[in-house]
Design a binder for this molecule. Structure first.
Ligand SMILES: *Cc1c(COP(=O)(O)O)cnc(C)c1O
Length: 400
């Protein structure tokens, strides 16, 4: 491949503002572009590459599976689905799983479960509570559930049936839903990812859980970005000691192979019956193998503990290097989902960091997002800080 691969193609739709590099290969937490330049990958393809790149146990397992069977459709039983569903439901204290291929599909399935659970008991126009700053995907329904006008605008009419409330505010939730018999569910991200890495407080999650129990609503969580070990527990909500009724997963679930899942328990796990929902690619043998191997390797290599330990080290090091710099608002996060919020928009840092050999993203305009592979070592965490700090310092010295 030549350096030209980094240039926009006339035949690919112009749907992304891309950094002008093209990545060619990776190993561990490092990737190299088509010109041979090395980068430290602190983005992991947006919290996807849990095991990093070219993992010595994942790759041979996937190679074996590719040769055995890639796809067969859900006309047939897929043993891998039972295997991955067992691993996930045990860790999440849920009953059943449905598999799809992306995050938005997992959220669509949650929304369908909530609506049908309402319709089944006579609520003709079910309403789902969603949040300010929420991001749930870019399909029609998940866009409607998403807060950001930049995501939504131009695609109306969007489906109705969503009621938006502020985060971390029980009184506002109670007031907005008071006397409304159409509410069927609350949908929230335990840590809002695209919204700027803002956590829901543990106390608030417990209050929502209680309110859902009292009112007969489903508590539905979007753990697509913050789940799968990234915070140091399997799922971010587990820090609050609660169990949701329904939850969506995707991103880090299979370390780069597209897999999404909805987990549900109790009556919510029985809502979808044959004919109600499905997808061609969902749960195919390759995808399921990738999920099973990812979880197995995460446990063999103690990656939850690693996310906690190295994440705390990284956050402290970022705090030390950047925390008191003028123009830095806050360093926050849990485990290996960390945000550095600046006082002004800093999207330009994505490309400047890449030039400095560091892959990060910027979310909610002014939050540098650091979501590296969970195999990150302390030394590599220090390297992230060493590459990031001068770029941020230089940026903040420039006039606004
Ligand atoms: C990425 C993301 C989605 C959408 O997932 P896709 O695979 O891009 O459809 C939904 N919710 C959250 C919290 C996400 O981070």
């Amino acid at each position: 491949m030549s350096a030209q691969a980094a240039v926009a193609s006339p035949h690919v739709m112009n749907t992304y503002n891309r950094v002008p590099i093209a990545l060619d290969r990776g190993r561990g937490v490092r990737v190299w572009d088509v010109n041979g330049k090395e980068y430290l990958d602190a983005l992991a393809g947006i919290a996807v590459s849990t095991l990093g790149h070219d993992h010595p146990r994942l790759v041979p397992a996937l190679q074996e599976q590719v040769a055995r069977l890639i796809h067969c459709s859900n006309y047939y039983h897929v043993p891998g689905q039972e295997r991955l569903a067992t691993l996930l439901t045990e860790r999440a204290h849920m009953d059943k799983a449905f598999f799809c291929s992306t995050g938005l599909e997992a959220n669509e399935a949650q929304i369908k479960i909530a609506r049908k659970s309402g319709v089944d008991r006579g609520i003709a126009n079910p309403v789902i509570v969603v949040y300010e700053h929420a991001f749930h995907g870019r399909s029609m329904a998940t866009m409607a559930a998403t807060a950001n006008e930049k995501v939504r605008s131009g695609f109306g009419p969007l489906p109705g049936g969503f009621l938006r409330v502020p985060t971390n505010d029980l009184a506002a939730l109670q007031a907005a839903t008071a006397g409304n018999p159409d509410i069927v569910a609350v949908l929230l991200e335990p840590i809002q990812g695209e919204g700027g890495l803002h956590p829901m407080r543990a106390e608030y999650l417990r209050q929502v859980r209680q309110l859902c129990d009292a009112r007969g609503w489903l508590m539905m969580l979007d753990e697509i970005q913050c789940g799968m070990g990234r915070t140091g527990k399997w799922f971010a909500h587990q820090w609050a000691g609660i169990v949701p009724d329904v939850m969506s997963l995707a991103k880090g679930l299979a370390s780069g192979v597209p897999v999404g899942a909805v987990l549900a328990r109790g009556a919510a796990a029985e809502v979808l019956q044959p004919g109600n929902h499905g997808t061609t690619f969902g749960g195919n043998p390759l995808a399921m193998r990738a999920g099973v191997e990812t979880i197995t390797i995460m446990e063999e290599d103690r990656l939850l503990a690693n996310a906690t330990e190295v994440g705390a080290h990284l956050k402290a090091a970022l705090q030390q290097a950047l925390g008191s710099m003028a123009g830095v608002k806050e360093v926050r996060g849990q485990g290996l989902i960390i945000g550095v919020e600046l006082e002004r928009p800093c999207g330009v840092l994505i490309t400047r960091c890449a030039e400095a050999g560091l892959l990060v993203s910027v979310t909610a305009d002014s939050v540098i997002r650091i979501v590296p592979p969970l195999i990150l070592t302390r030394a590599e965490a220090d390297e992230i800080v060493a590459r990031l700090t001068p770029v941020v310092a230089q940026f903040l010295k420039e006039p606004t």
